[in-house]
Design a protein around this ligand. Structure first.
Ligand SMILES: CC(C)(COP(=O)(O)OP(=O)(O)OC[C@H]1O[C@@H](n2cnc3c(N)ncnc32)[C@H](O)[C@@H]1OP(=O)(O)O)[C@@H](O)C(=O)NCCC(=O)NCCS
Length: 180
């Protein structure tokens, strides 16, 4: 019988690029993980997303994925990172794979230094995702009624983590330029 994966110190977790050769695996992960169907346009855009879209591997097997996009706020010329999907296949949860994907996203945002926040929608009933994001400093900032068209409950929380860019600004002041 196949043993369920565990936090074995010999197991390996890493992230890899989404390419035209493996985008079908992203479709499979999303199909198993999310109740929402993502269409061809989503996968076409993801192929252009660079570091904002990643597959998660557990011992070289694809078990999760994260896909984000940049939202520009016209009023104040700021930008926010929107997590469109971040998910892990059920047998591979609670092993740190979700954390690895979210840390990747937060690292990108921190390095960029010009994002105001990272945000996403979560079905109000999705307690595990809410607990997961709260652990990383996200707060529920809004609840959108009837956000989802074809799933129940239809209401979604907006979870958001504000980004403090002052540390980076102070670093730039000291060094006279950015480091990366
Ligand atoms: C949310 C999700 C991505 C978490 O992935 P994961 O790989 O299990 O997360 P991690 O193992 O990194 O968990 C990190 C911490 O988050 C919290 N957490 C994660 N799942 C939890 C759960 N079911 N209940 C309570 N806390 C939870 C815990 O504090 C956990 O640390 P611990 O295991 O040491 O207690 C995963 O449950 C998932 O894919 N859900 C379906 C898709 C989804 O809802 N995505 C969110 C919307 S984009």
């Amino acid at each position: 019988m196949r043993e369920s994966p565990s936090k074995d110190p010999h197991s390996r977790m890493d992230l890899g690029d989404v390419t035209q050769h493996n985008v079908k695996l992203l479709r499979v992960v999303n199909k198993f993980v999310f109740p929402v169907v993502y269409h061809d346009k989503f996968y076409k855009d993801v192929l252009e997303a660079g570091e904002l879209a990643k597959l998660a591997f557990y011992n070289d097997v694809v078990v999760g994925a994260v896909c984000c996009r940049v939202d520009h706020v016209a009023e104040d010329n700021s930008k926010k990172l929107y997590i469109m999907t971040l998910g892990c296949l059920a047998p591979y949860r609670r092993l740190g794979i979700g954390s690895m994907m979210l840390r990747h996203v937060l690292d990108l945002v921190e390095k960029d230094g010009r994002f105001d926040s990272v945000f996403l929608h979560v079905q109000v009933s999705n307690e595990s995702a809410i607990a997961f994001y709260k652990r990383f400093g996200f707060d529920i900032v809004e609840t959108n009624e009837k956000y989802y068209k074809r799933i129940e409950p239809a209401d979604a929380h907006v979870l958001e983590k504000k980004i403090d860019n002052t540390k980076r600004i102070q670093k730039e002041d000291v060094n006279g330029k950015c480091e990366d």
